[in-house]
Design a protein around this ligand. Structure first.
Ligand code: HEC
Length: 406
């Protein structure tokens, strides 16, 4: 059978991967457009974003699309990842590269969101930029030096270079190994056309969200309420989730139990370094696990396709394989399990972040309250006179409960 036919046969299986790919292209297009008008300097960023949002032709739509796409991309990538996990792809010799590049791709996606939040230099961006260096402080011996380095060296132009040059470059290389190389043989255009058509409901949803739920940017004319944005899923939710220990462990109900971890180092370990280590552990799984499954799928390269040959070493895997051995049952069970895992995961993120008023910062931080409150500073603030900038728990509380902290 011709390789060219394969994408057609398998398209439903890779629905979310295809949708993810399309959102990446949309993100590239909107990003390119924004790039022409964005001024990546501390003095100019805020002004140029206000211009893009309020005056530029299609500016508001592009900016808001560019902000909503990551949220949907994240969900698509998550569903795709769960499916690959459940297919035990990490034990498939032929899929080593697919697995590694796929998991590694999560990192640029995450960093895109972080840097993308910083570059507009609204209060949220400033907030996050101030928080990053704090992470490094509790590391023994080199922490303080690292923190100072980030405070001195990281300015908007550098984050911007990350966002528009370095991260895209890394992503393109990874995507090339992950899928492009294969698609080039099979016809990229046909693949994209097909997936654009079947993804149409989600693409329409994106446009509706970008049109209806805009970031307040008409400062100071349109001032939102302080808590506006609760329940609105925002890209920043994903890394705010990682930061949640800062809010709950130090001051929450757990204090009596976890007194001993208040000493500082444990919170960054829990919320940053441990997830990072876990991440690399997962990425390299096919390289240190016994690769017993040789081939179970039909999406491999055509030429030297190995025979279907499945050895499942442990009981759990055998159970999973037996569950899956009729194709309709397999589809239904897969669908249910993937949906449940995705639902639980997204619910947890929502539950952890629903009270984050991600649109309400402009409620107090707007120009009518003076430049001090209105415009994010054109340089880093002096931490000696504003010591709470060094306290990530203050910062987190200010984000989640601004009306209580002030
Ligand atoms: C209820 C009003 C209010 C809301 C809403 C609000 N802030 Fe603030 N914020 C303040 C005030 C007042 C200060 C000044 C603190 C000071 O002078 O030390 C402040 C200070 C800050 C600071 C510290 C820097 C500085 O100049 O002191 C950051 C960062 C910040 N806000 C970010 C945010 C973000 C991000 C949001 C939205 C998630 C937000 N704020 C929402 C009132 C608010």
């Amino acid at each position: 059978m011709s390789d060219l036919l394969k994408p057609e046969r398998i398209h439903w299986k890779h629905y979310f991967a295809g949708f993810g790919f399309i959102t990446i292209i949309l993100q590239l297009i909107t990003g390119l457009y924004l790039m022409f008008f964005f001024d990546p300097t501390l003095e100019g960023a805020y002004k140029s974003i206000q211009y893009i949002s309020n005056q530029l032709f299609m500016g508001s739509l592009s900016r808001n699309l560019h902000r909503w796409i990551p949220a949907l991309l994240f969900v698509a990538v998550f569903v795709h990842t769960v499916r690959c996990f459940l297919r035990w792809d990490f034990e498939n010799k032929n899929k080593r590269i697919l697995w590694l590049t796929g998991v590694l791709l999560l990192l640029p996606i995450f960093l895109f969101m972080v840097t993308g939040l910083i570059v507009p230099w609204e209060w949220k961006g400033y907030f996050f930029m101030e928080m990053i260096p704090n992470y490094f402080e509790p590391i023994p011996y080199i922490g303080q030096t690292l923190k100072d380095f980030f405070l001195v060296s990281f300015t908007i132009p550098r984050y911007y270079v990350f966002h528009v040059v370095l991260l895209p470059l890394i992503s393109i290389i990874l995507i090339d190994y992950h899928i492009l190389a294969k698609l080039r043989k099979r016809g990229i255009f046909r693949y994209l056309l097909k997936h654009s058509i079947i993804s149409l409901p989600f693409i329409i949803l994106l446009f509706v969200l970008a049109w209806k739920m805009v970031i307040p940017s008409n400062d100071p004319i349109d001032v939102p309420m302080p808590l506006e944005g609760q329940w609105v899923p925002a890209p920043e939710w994903y890394f705010l989730t990682v930061l949640l220990p800062y809010m709950y462990i130090r001051s929450g109900i757990w204090i009596p139990i976890l007194m001993y971890i208040r000493s500082g180092i444990w919170i960054p370990i829990l919320s940053f370094f441990l997830p990072l280590a876990l991440f690399f552990g997962v990425a390299f799984m096919p390289y240190y696990l016994k690769n017993t499954v040789v081939d179970e799928d039909d999406e491999e390269e055509g030429e030297s396709k190995p025979k279907r040959q499945v050895h499942h070493s442990n009981a759990l895997k055998r159970f999973w394989h037996n569950l899956n051995n009729t194709s309709l049952r397999r589809k239904i069970i897969n669908w249910i399990i993937v949906s449940i895992i995705t639902f639980v995961f997204i619910s947890l993120i929502t539950w952890g972040n629903y009270n984050s008023p991600t649109l309400g910062c402009n409620s107090c931080h707007h120009l009518a309250n003076g430049a001090r409150m209105g415009v994010p500073p054109p340089s880093f603030k002096d931490r000696a006179s504003l010591p709470h900038l060094s306290e990530n728990d203050w910062m987190m509380k200010h984000w989640y409960y601004p009306t209580e902290v002030w």
